[in-house]
Design a protein around this ligand. Structure first.
Ligand SMILES: [Zn+2]
Length: 154
């Protein structure tokens, strides 16, 4: 299993990881950035959550009663609005989440995450180049083609 291999590679298998959906922004170098804060997702190591409420707290992320942690959704539909805005630079995919993980009704907030699979919609500028660059993450990158209906309906 592909996800099993990624779990082993990052030592996450003992931590009962979850797999959720996520939307990212891509920069000019085809690297993944978080949509809300623009945090870079490194190509060669997991991204680790930190809390931004540095003034009032210094807890480990994620924490209950806070919004920190790496957010991922149970369903891709939860992120529809993020994909619709600035669609020319938005990609989505599945992420493996582990470490301290809080489960909510619609998804998770986790301490650490790695992409498992990335999808590049046809609305993305320089779609093929972006997809090629994203292969640096070492996970499958899928180039989406517009559905026939979308081509026909203006
Ligand atoms: Zn926090």
């Amino acid at each position: 299993m592909r996800i099993g291999r990624i779990e082993s590679a990052w030592g996450a298998e003992a931590l009962r990881p979850a797999v959720g959906w996520k939307v990212w922004r891509v920069d000019e170098e085809a690297r993944l950035l978080s949509v809300l804060y623009g945090d870079l997702w490194p190509v060669d190591e997991p991204v680790r959550a930190t809390c931004r409420r540095v003034v009032h707290s210094s807890h480990e992320a994620p924490a209950r009663g806070c919004e920190c942690g790496i957010h991922a959704g149970r369903e891709l539909g939860a992120w529809d609005h993020y994909l619709a805005i600035d669609a020319e630079s938005r990609v989505f995919g599945r992420v493996l989440l582990w470490g301290s993980t809080l489960e909510g009704a619609h998804g998770w907030r986790a301490a650490e995450a790695r992409p498992v699979e990335i999808y590049v919609p046809s609305a993305v500028t320089n779609q093929e180049e972006v997809a090629e660059g994203l292969r640096a993450y070492g996970v499958p990158v899928h180039v989406l083609v517009p559905l026939r209906e979308e081509v026909l309906v203006p």
